[in-house]
Design a protein around this ligand. Structure first.
Ligand code: ASP
Ligand code: MG
Length: 407
């Protein structure tokens, strides 16, 4: 018995039949004596549909009004689930973001949660209500409705769980957990029983389809254990939790592939103090995120400098770089479009040596050339040619003994 937060995504509430299935699942948990708070997304496709309608209303829809519009998707599902629960004889109450004091900053359409007031939820729980809260939405300090960015109801769930100090935060979705690699690329990928917050954050490209990254940051900050599991079966999914010593026994827990980047190289950059700042300040001013940055060693007072940005930011980053290159006297700007970043991730690499060497050897055995390398404490990434991406994932997956048969 405890306080359980259950979040159901869009595919789990896609129509009335599925909403009734959700009701059954919630009731099952409630009947075991738990207090249950449900967080819902909009029905699958509804948020996209609303965005499309907005486009028809205006070429540049006002962002405040976008928030008002997008928040309606979740308002529909919470009301319907509460009705369904009531018709089955259970006390249920739906609440919108502002009604549970989900206070956010003033960034329309990608607001960040500042705090969640748990009082109203707790009060309803004491009166044995099932509380059904609209995900994805909040309210800023001026009383405007805000939304949390795509996939934001995951973050709503974790924030509510933290606010009421829930015993569990279950995220029900259309996949049954987090895998060691994308099962579409690597058929021998396995479901992980546990993954640490930091691994999950590093696995962004694998996990982002399952959990909004911000929800993981939130879970880490407030130490909320998150259980990602399927809404279509009863199996245990993946626990996203604080790192523990058990996890470190595994050297690598996942292999990811990111094809969403482009590379820019500045040739013969003068090797002087302040040059990197001159290059990256205007890029930062344009709010472009830079991922990998590599600077070569000096030769003849000059260096080459390479970095990567997301595909969507490439054109803008390139035009800024060309301009800066002229200003600082770099001779040439080169680009590479068909690249992929392959990463191996695992908290275990903190105390295992030879992980990088093993990764490079496995790629070398397949004659895959490494263009760039970057690392964090728990990740090693190699930039390679895009056409080798799938092969590289499979090769590394088996090189690190992650394949089903060997585990
Ligand atoms: N309905 C929102 C979306 O489609 C939020 C969510 O589903 O998490 O992104
Ligand atoms: Mg989602």
């Amino acid at each position: 018995m405890g306080v359980i937060v259950q979040k159901f995504g869009g595919t789990s509430v896609a129509d009335m039949e599925r909403i009734k299935n959700v009701a059954q699942r919630v009731i099952k948990t409630y009947d075991r004596g738990n207090d249950v708070v449900v967080i819902l997304s909009a029905m699958a496709g509804v948020t996209d549909g609303l965005i499309e309608l907005a486009r028809q209303a205006s070429e540049t829809p006002d962002k405040r009004e976008m928030d008002v519009l997008l928040a309606t998707g979740e308002q529909t599902t919470v009301a319907l689930l509460s009705m369904a629960l009531r018709s089955l004889g259970y006390s249920a109450t739906s609440l919108l973001g502002f009604q549970v004091d989900v206070l956010t900053n003033k960034q329309p359409m990608s607001a960040r949660i500042i705090s969640v007031g748990g009082d109203r939820i707790r009060d309803l729980l004491t009166r044995k209500h099932i509380v059904v809260v609209a995900g994805f939405q909040g309210c800023d300090s001026d009383g405007n409705i805000t939304t949390l960015g795509r996939g934001g109801s995951d973050t709503s769930a974790v924030a509510v769980a933290a606010a009421i100090n829930a015993d569990a935060c279950e995220i029900y979705t259309d996949v049954d957990g987090i895998y060691t690699a994308d099962p579409n690329i690597c058929t021998s990928a396995r479901k992980l029983s546990h993954v640490s917050y930091d691994e999950m954050l590093e696995m962004a490209s694998l996990g982002a389809r399952v959990l909004q990254i911000r929800s993981v940051e939130f879970a880490k900050k407030y130490n909320v254990p998150v259980h990602v599991r399927s809404s279509f079966n009863e199996e245990e999914g993946t626990m996203v939790v604080k790192e523990n010593s058990e996890m470190e026994r595994l050297v690598i827990s996942g292999v990811t592939c990111d094809k969403n980047q482009r590379r820019i190289t500045l040739k013969k950059v003068p090797d002087q103090p302040g040059i990197s700042a001159k290059i990256f300040s205007p890029i930062a001013d344009a709010k472009i995120l830079v991922d990998m940055i590599i600077q070569n060693t000096r030769s003849g007072g000059e260096t080459d400098l390479t970095f990567t940005v997301a595909k969507a930011d490439f054109d803008e980053a390139l035009s800024i770089t060309r301009q800066v290159a002229g200003d600082i006297g770099a001779t040439e700007v080169l680009t590479a479009e068909s690249i992929a970043k392959i990463s191996v991730i695992g908290v275990g690499m903190k105390n295992h040596s030879g992980v990088a060497a093993a990764m490079f050897s496995a790629l070398a055995d397949e004659n895959i050339n490494i263009r760039l390398i970057s690392t964090s404490e728990i990740r090693i990434s190699c930039m390679i040619e895009e056409k080798y991406a799938e092969l590289a994932v499979r090769v590394l997956h088996s090189a690190f003994n992650l394949d089903k048969e060997t585990a």
